[in-house]
Ligand binder design. Sequence first.
Ligand code: GDP
Ligand code: MG
Length: 205
Amino acid sequence: MSMRRRTLLKVIVLGDSGVGKTSLMNQYVHKKFSQQYKATIGADFVTKELQIDDRIVTLQIWDTAGQERFQSLGVAFYRGADCCVLVYDVNVMRSFDTLENWHEEFLKQANPADPKTFPFILLGNKIDIDGGNSRVVSEKKAKDWCASKGNIPYFETSAKEDYNVDAAFLSIAKSALANEHDQDIYFQGIPDAVTETEQRGGCAC
Ligand code: GDP
Ligand code: MG
């Protein structure tokens, strides 16, 4: 029986309340979008399995469960993160300005071995609104910020229109894989087909 390697990658999603973090995750994992605003409560992560080359990768994507307003996310939230996804709303300047704080907060709390090479990704969300006429943060401004933080990859997304969501998360998975944590689990006889599983979990934070 062949042994296949399976890798669990912890991804955390940060950004101001209302920028679309939960919507992006829902679109990616469940292919669903809801116009209704519901502050996330309860479950803290969802998982999605994907295949990258011959690796089966399980992305464990952690959402902030609404606590981002108080910035009291707790150590369990940050512990062992393999990639940090920062999200802002291209129509809200403040959500762009606070990226600096989220970036800093992540490095402080997660305390990665090498802060300079730790993988971040920036998503500029809600590019669908008003056909782009209400955006206040230009692509250039966002890319300049990314360059100043050591070339963070940047994607413009719409959770509503499912624009660039898969591409962004694939890039996230690849970045996390490149920075892989020591969490490999070995399974026997995993089917070759790419499967998508869903699981909800929580933490004691
Ligand atoms: P979170 O607080 O960052 O998790 O934000 P949510 O995912 O709860 O989204 C906040 C609100 O923005 C909700 O009403 C969503 O329906 C809406 N929203 C999220 N993403 C998009 C998007 O890409 N386009 C549009 N037009 N609305 C969005
Ligand atoms: Mg949310």
